[in-house]
Structure formats: structure tokens, C-alpha cells
Design a protein around this ligand. Structure first.
Ligand code: FAD
Length: 477
């Protein structure tokens, strides 16, 4: 027999669960039981390293109507001249405040932190209160699975490489070096080539570590969106409008995913750390030129494929071996923040699996899912507003993501209710730009209206590139 009954059981109080529930509270009906293993809402931001920040400006992250961050322009550091990036602590405080001041006072939601979801039998789901070990059952009208994009951050992910006789730290442990909790090394080796690795590289440089005391294991090079092209505010509107325009111009004529990046780089919208190497990887990271300049000073880049073992002074990779100073500290940044899984329908009867309706806009996609759930009746109608997209891994996955985004936008535009909701929503960069165009001069309005035509013109080539990549993947599977 169930101990609880609810209309919606939401598993996961990360960015996805929180944005979904926020929309449901604003636009829907019914009771909600929300549970999460973490002690506070905010998902992986609870376990991030102290110097983590959003990599995108704060204005389009979080919940539909609650602003995040201070809306100030940084006056110093590698993000100088651009809107501030909320810190991990700010993101946590933001979600905590939403839970305490909006979600729980709504009278419709119960929140169970430190609670682990165990599984289901039909409409009855089991969970365990982690500190007492007690198990409970809940009968739910619908289960909302907010775990699909659960981030695999280094703090909670087991590393996949062996280390013998060397010191390994996670980014969150580096502070120990300041108060004697660990011996200060003569050399640092950054393991991994994603956004966390970049954050660590920038942080080491800012903490005064000379670039020559750092080695960096980068099995694959990555492209990055240039943060300067993603700035909110009327003062940045020309460049912000050229970003999607450039993307679609490139998408219309590129012969491969890789070419889209090279063309956008010429327009100033893409960055890479090493201009001698054409990157093969793209997980939608965002970086500034200032950060790239700091990182490019790290000259000892180790390219021996995936490293499977390290020992004093030596690294063993799938494509070779490399040497580093014996007293090196290895910093583990190898967790894949957002693994590329298969997609599935979002609405599946008594289960809802929020996914990316706009890649990679996690917050917007989950908020939209909550709004559609609250506003439409049948699963067929709801799923008709868009197939979810997969997060990209390689540059050749990018055309598929652009195609999904364009197609879903077209499907959304058929519903006045969705357009109304979107136009006032802070999470959509496109809607924000439209609001900022209110008093824009005619030439800017012309550029804005050209984006739709550029997108339509790019769709056939995007379809061709996406299909070619799917066929290639099938052959190599
Ligand atoms: C360092 C870093 C920086 C990032 N910066 C940005 C950015 O600037 N912009 C951006 O859009 N994205 C960014 N991301 C991507 C980020 O992953 C997403 O923005 C978002 O936070 C993911 O939210 P989520 O809810 O899918 O996952 P999570 O935050 O991982 O939340 C999932 C939740 O599910 C819970 N859970 C899982 N299994 C169970 C279970 N069995 N029982 C109970 N609870 C469970 C977990 O405890 C967790 O709280 C960043 C990621 C990282 C790692």
C-alpha cells in the first residue's frame, strides 16, 4: 500500500526538475511531490568546485520569471566587458530561494531532499529517506523523470583511469593546497579537455601558477562559442543577431559539420584554444577570448588519446606515452558533464521525460515541457510540439542539433499559447532579443527578420548533413 499519493512525482531537483515544476505551478494544476538525493535543490551545482560559474551569461539560465545574477558587466578578469556569470554559490542560492519562497508556499508541493528514488511497479513508486534508511511508496498520477541529463561531475563520478604512486585531486579539492591539507606540487597536470578543465586552467593561471608549470592532457580539441557573441542587452544586439545569422549562413553551404565551425570562426563567433588543430569535439561550451588567451599559454599539451594509467612522471594513453615531472599533481577533470544518450518521447503516458527541445538550452526546454504539460491534453498533441534533440559530442552532430532546434521552433510557432508564453520568457535568447528590438533602428530590424529566411534556406542542407552523419554512425556501430 502507498504511504503517499500525488498527481506528479518529480525525481530530481536539478535545473530540469526545477524549471519543469516552476511552469507547472504557474500554469497547471495538481499536487507535486519532488525528491532528490542532494540536501538542497540545484542538482549538480551542489557538488561543484568553488570557482565554478555558469559559462553563459546568467540572464537565460534558471527559471522562467525569476532573474538570476546581478546583471552587471565584469570590469576585470578574462570576462571583462561582458555580463557577469553567476557563480555556483549564486545558482544554488537561486534554486534554494525558489524552493523556499515560491514552490513550498504554493501549498501544492512537498519537497523531500536526501531522498533516493528506487523504482516503480505500475503507478506505485518507491523511495528511501537516505539518512534514516526508511523506505516509502507513493502512488503517482505521473512520474517526471528529471534524471535524463543528470550531470556527471568529477566530485561524484568515479574516474576511469588508474593512478599509482601519484597524487590526484578533483577540482573541488584544490583549495586544500592553500591551507596545508596537501603538499604543493612543482607541476600540475590537467586531465581532460572539457569546460571543467578549462576552468581549472584559467584558475591555476589566475592563482599565479606559471604556464610552464602546467601540462594539459587533451585527447580531443574542442570548439567553443565565443561568449562575446551571446551577450544580452541592446548595446550588443548587432553582434547577437549576427550569431544565429552566421550559424545559418554556414549551415546552408557547409559540406560537413566541421565546416560550419570554421565559417563561424571567420565571423568571430567560434573560438578554439589551439589554432593549429581543427577541433573534433563540441559539447556547446562557451568561453571568452580572455580565457582562451590564458589557456593558450599552456604549451605542454599532451595528445596521446584517452589516458588509462598514470604513474610518477609517466602517462599511458591509447595512442602513446608521455612524460611529466615526477612531483606532478594530477587534476581529474575527465567526467563527461552531459553524456550523449539516446532520445525518447517526452510524454509516455504516466511518465514524462523532459529532454532538450532546444539543444543545449536545458532550462528553457524543461520550462517549455512544464508549460506544454499544463496547457495541452493528449500525449500526441504534446509530443507534436517537438522531438527532443541529443546533446552533441562531435562536430558532426551539430547539424542534427541545429535541425531539431529549427524544426521545434517552427512547431511552436503554430500555437498562439506557446508564442505568448515564450515572448515573455527570460530563458529564451531569441525572445529576449525580440524584446530588445523594440526601439531598434531599421537596419537592425531588417537583420532580425532575415534570420527566419536564413534558417529556412539552411534546413535542406542541415537535413542532408544530419542524415549523412546518422548513416555513418550506423555503419560504424
Ligand atoms: C561545471 C558545469 C557548468 C555548466 N554550465 C552550464 C551553463 O552555463 N549553461 C547551461 O545551460 N548548462 C551548463 N551546464 C550543464 C548543466 O548540466 C545543466 O545546466 C543542468 O544543471 C543540468 O541539470 P539536470 O537537472 O539535468 O541535472 P543535475 O543537476 O545533475 O540534476 C539531476 C538531479 O537528479 C537527482 N537524482 C538522480 N538520480 C536520483 C535518484 N535515483 N533519486 C533521487 N534523485 C536523483 C540528482 O541528485 C540531481 O540533483 C554546466 C555543467 C557543469 C558540470
Amino acid at each position: 500500500m502507498a504511504d503517499f499519493e500525488t498527481d506528479y512525482l518529480v525525481v530530481g531537483a536539478g535545473a530540469i526538475g526545477m524549471a519543469f515544476v516552476d511552469s507547472l505551478l504557474d500554469h497547471g494544476t495538481g499536487d507535486i511531490l519532488m525528491l532528490d538525493r542532494h540536501p538542497k535543490p540545484g542538482g549538480h551545482w551542489n557538488t561543484s568546485y568553488p570557482f565554478v560559474t555558469l559559462h553563459q551569461p546568467s540572464v537565460t539560465y534558471g527559471l522562467s520569471h525569476e532573474s538570476l545574477g546581478d546583471k552587471v558587466v565584469d570590469q576585470a578578469g578574462p570576462n571583462k566587458g561582458m555580463y557577469e556569470l553567476a557563480t555556483g554559490a549564486q545558482v544554488n542560492a537561486y534554486y534554494d530561494s525558489a524552493m523556499r519562497h515560491k514552490f513550498m508556499p504554493s501549498g501544492r508541493l512537498d519537497y523531500l531532499p536526501m531522498t533516493e528514488y528506487l523504482g516503480r511497479e505500475g503507478d506505485t513508486h518507491r523511495f528511501r529517506t537516505m539518512l534514516s534508511g526508511e523506505e516509502h511508496a507513493v502512488k503517482a498520477g505521473k512520474m517526471v523523470d528529471g534524471r535524463k541529463f543528470a550531470a556527471q561531475v568529477p566530485a561524484i563520478t568515479k574516474r576511469k583511469w588508474e593512478a599509482e604512486g601519484v597524487t590526484v585531486m578533483k577540482p573541488g579539492e584544490l583549495g586544500q593546497l592553500a591551507y596545508g591539507g596537501a603538499q604543493v606540487p612543482s607541476h600540475y597536470v590537467i586531465m581532460g579537455a572539457g569546460k571543467t578543465a578549462c576552468d581549472v586552467g584559467v584558475w591555476l593561471r589566475q592563482m599565479g601558477v606559471p604556464a610552464k608549470q602546467i601540462s594539459w592532457v587533451r585527447p580531443r580539441e574542442s570548439w567553443f562559442f565565443n561568449r562575446a557573441s551571446l551577450q544580452p542587452g541592446p548595446e550588443h544586439i548587432r553582434r547577437a543577431l549576427d550569431f544565429p545569422a552566421s550559424q545559418m549562413r554556414a549551415a546552408a553551404k557547409a559540406q560537413s559539420g566541421s565546416e560550419i565551425f570554421l565559417m563561424m570562426e571567420e565571423d568571430g563567433h567560434m573560438l578554439r584554444i589551439d589554432r593549429q588543430v581543427v577541433p573534433s569535439k563540441f559539447h556547446f561550451p562557451v568561453i571568452s577570448q580572455g580565457e582562451v588567451d590564458l589557456l593558450a599559454e599552456i604549451q605542454d599539451v599532451i595528445r596521446i588519446g584517452r589516458v588509462h594509467r598514470v604513474e610518477p612522471g609517466r602517462l599511458h594513453g591509447v595512442d602513446g606515452e608521455a612524460s611529466v615531472p615526477e612531483n606532478s599533481l594530477f587534476i581529474d577533470c575527465t567526467a563527461t558533464a552531459a553524456p550523449r544518450g539516446e532520445v525518447e518521447p517526452i510524454w509516455q503516458g504516466d511518465t514524462i521525460v523532459p529532454q532538450l527541445m532546444q539543444v543545449p538550452l536545458v532550462s528553457l526546454s524543461a520550462a517549455m515541457t512544464g508549460f506544454i504539460e499544463a496547457s495541452f491534453e493528449s500525449d500526441a498533441e504534446k509530443n507534436g510540439f517537438g522531438a527532443p534533440g541529443r546533446i552533441t559530442d562531435t562536430v558532426e552532430h551539430f547539424p542534427e542539433a541545429l535541425l531539431i532546434n529549427a524544426t521545434n521552433r517552427m512547431l511552436w510557432s503554430r500555437s498562439p499559447a506557446i508564442l505568448d508564453w515564450l515572448s515573455a520568457n527570460r530563458l529564451d535568447p531569441g525572445a529576449r532579443m525580440m524584446r530588445e528590438l523594440a526601439d531598434a533602428p531599421p537596419d537592425i530590424l531588417k537583420s532580425a527578420s532575415a534570420i527566419r529566411d536564413l534558417t529556412m534556406a539552411a534546413v535542406p542542407n542541415l537535413q542532408r548533413l544530419a542524415i549523412a552523419e546518422q548513416e555513418r554512425a550506423q555503419v560504424t556501430a
